[in-house]
Write a protein that binds this ligand. Sequence first.
Ligand code: KIV
Ligand code: ZN
Length: 532
Amino acid sequence: MESIPNGRVIVFDTTLRDGEQSPGAALNVSEKIEIAHLLQEMGVDVIEAGFPISSPGDFRAVQRISREIRGCVVCGLTRANKQDIEVAADALRDAAHPRIHTGLGVSDVHVFHKLRLTRDEALARGVEAVRHARRLVADVEYFAEDAGRAEPAYLYRVLEAVIAAGATVVNIPDTTGYTTPAEFGALIRGIVANVPNIDRATISVHCHNDLGMATANTLAAVTNGARQVEVTVNGIGERAGNTSLEEVVMALRTRRSLWGLETGIDTRRLYPVSRLVSQLTGIPVQPNKAIVGANAFAHSSGIHQDGVLKERTTYEIIDPRDVGIPDSEIILSARSGRAGLRHRLVELGYTLAEDQFEKVYRRFLDVADKKKTVDTRDLEAIVADEAQVFFDEAYHLEHVQVACGDHSIPTATVRIRDAAGRSYCDADHGAGPVDAVYRAINRVIGEPNQLIEFSIQAVTEGIDAVGRVTVRIQAEQAVHENGVARRVFSGRGSDTDIVVASAKAYMFALNRLIAARREAAVQRAEEPAPVE
Ligand code: KIV
Ligand code: ZN
């Protein structure tokens, strides 16, 4: 890895670790690898690929990302103990640039209540963890968890000791999203002034968004000397999420004269990566989300539209093309043919294998037939449905038919094919058409689960719009011999018929659940249970 030049802020992406901790975001190994490749292509410097000891799936994801991603630092999270660190080093063994990210709490509530240690004992444990990690890899980052609520004098002591023990990066997390920009900036300033050996380590910051200040806090830290920012795509993460990658990158770029600092990010990749992460995690991007939200560049008031038409910069501080927002004016029809569709997909940043392209083409013709024109958002929904499935489908929905109305009992019939090619047909009734379809599917597949979220959205305007349905289901899954965990799986589906879209979304989530259950069973058979 080339050394990072002065004047550069290092972008540490934790979408695959902290981001994946968002409820329901669970990604399988293939999905994580797909995202890791896109992060690398976008120019991220460090990818936090997972927490290897937490599950065999996380271990394998870190291992495979270490093998495939050669241009970034690949990082694995650990607690401050030998076993976690050794397992992480093992997962990172084949990485071109491995990093272990270890640490423990520094606030009194963490030290006294969570860890049940004295401050000196916690400090000694942190130092020992860094020493041990340095025996295994050359690059060790230390996180001082809950630094935002810690007593600064103790934090300085911890940082000095872990840097002396060999930490190359010190991470100052605002774990609970408690601080304000002025406070967090002052904390970083205090570290620069009071930790004598701070010049031997890079200061990193990791902010949570509980009070909506994660981006502001991260930028205040950069103003005061932090040179690594820990971020996630779309700001996903624990609770209210992490600092959003696209916001920090575009703030540093748009207000370059304030900071005079660059990142290595190709900003034209921001929008496609945001879409992919949203589709794979099932976590929608709020329409008014800065940089990548559907309304981030929409001008609805007449005065604004008039201004933008005369001179774009009257109401736009960023050119949408700079963040990769596709020109939504371009529309296709059935007459565009394969060549027209292929050309547009390449423009939108999709590279599809031939069989994926054929599936997308068939769906495209179907939608074009019903709607006459197909725009960018329709295409994104089609690709998400047809080409971005990273597991083998155990069951495929062949047919769904519903009868409903104000004086009839909603009834659904489904035909489902299994992986061996056998077709099953069943029917049921329900409180409404979607309920009837889900019951009929359950009669065939029989996979116990609970529907915990159902949302429906029109992809485009108009009565003939494609509807996109997102569902989340919860199911119990065996994690090791005697343990079960409750896991959430999301599914998405789109169609001009919202009942069909609902059926597809449910099938998607069920297939994910079945794939995860089978993967866990194979791993349990192959590997020892994780140690808590
Ligand atoms: O929020 C936090 O403190 C973390 C650490 C593990 C870095 O995620
Ligand atoms: Zn975090």
